[in-house]
Ligand binder design. Sequence first.
Ligand code: ZN
Length: 165
Amino acid sequence: MLDSLPSFARLVAELAKFPGIGNKTATRLAFFLLRQPKAQAEALAAAIHDLQNNTRFCSVCFHITEQDPCQICCDPGRDDALLCVVEEPQALLAIERSRSFKGRYHVLHGALSPLDGIGPAELGLDQLAERLNTEPPAEMIIATNPTVEGEATAFYLQRMAAKHG
Ligand code: ZN
């Protein structure tokens, strides 16, 4: 049925790539977008375009940012003595929402998973080691996820922190 509607089918195929979205939901979303005023659909397209063009990783902590270094790295009110290592930017945002931490961050964008070919180099642990060398924090808080990979990463980070005193 979608063969005669290539533009519609293309949007459904793109939406179905989202995590947790199957073909059925993708079709429902495509119909929703079709019924929206044109300006609304174009605003969504522009937001996706801007996200890709304006957002990058902070060169210091690797959090997502529109300015480099990011706001957190530039904030003089943050405590340099505390460094919190997280797997994903979402974890950083959750900690920020809790307002319980006033130190700096380092975002790994994953966890060690040798079977998937994700080793220390892929996680940018060299950059983290470099940070520990140049501006060693008094305390490193390891906030990786409670998964096998997260635990392995935490263990690796502990040894790394011990090596840097
Ligand atoms: Zn940063």
